[in-house]
Every structure is written in C-alpha cells, then in structure tokens.
Design a protein around this ligand. Structure first.
Ligand SMILES: [Cu+2]
Length: 119
C-alpha cells in the first residue's frame, strides 16, 4: 500500500515536471508576430497565406482591411525574414521587404495593389 502511494506520487511529480518543461519550450519557440502585407482581394489573401505557410509556420491569417498578416511560427525553425521573403516571391510587398519588379509582375492584373497600377 505504502509503495503504491509512493509510486503514484512519483508518477504525478514526473508528469507535472515534464509538463512544465514542455510548456516552457513551446513558450520560447512558438511566437505570434504581425507583418504588414499589401494586397487587395480574396485571391491575394489566399496567395499571401499560402506563401507564408512555409516550414515552421503554424498558423497564418491575413486581413485585406488591416493589410496585416498574423503569423504563428517556431523561432527554432524559421525566421520572420524568411516568411517575408516567401511572401515577396508570391508578389506581395511587406513591412520587411519590397518585391522586385519581376516578382510584382507575376501578380494577376486585378491584384496589382501598387498606386501606379489602375484597377
Ligand atoms: Cu488580389
């Protein structure tokens, strides 16, 4: 009986200990960031979110209204700069980097968000 209680207590202590380590790890590694990303429509939203969803990125959500991408990612796997560059590849300027003309030209004509483009 006594040994059963000790076993239960030690299992409990082990579980709570490992749980706190996991919580600390995920707290350090997973962050939520926001990035301003230019775009117009639902097609842009899909393109931006797909481009942002690279390895190490957990969750993305872009709003046309706020021109802001909310991104949840693992800091040990990916950097916000890498995510921003992937968004450039898809043709969207963002708060960190602007697209090259070549990258921007790939956009569908209705998605040309720069002021110089009539739409
Ligand atoms: Cu669009």
């Amino acid at each position: 009986m006594k040994s059963t209680i000790i076993l239960i207590i030690s299992v409990f202590l082990t579980l709570s200990f490992s749980h706190s380590i996991n919580a600390q790890e995920s707290k350090n590694q997973i962050v939520t960031d926001t990035l301003v990303v230019s775009g117009i429509c639902d097609m842009c939203k899909e393109r931006i979110e797909n481009a942002a969803l690279i390895q190490g990125v957990k969750k993305v959500s872009w709003s046309a209204e706020t021109q802001t991408l909310i991104v949840v990612y693992r800091t040990d796997k990916v950097t916000i700069e890498e995510i921003a560059k992937s968004i450039n590849e898809a043709g969207h300027d963002n708060g960190l980097f602007l697209c090259t003309d070549e990258q921007y030209e790939k956009l569908h004509s209705c998605c040309r968000y720069r002021d110089s483009d009539p739409h």
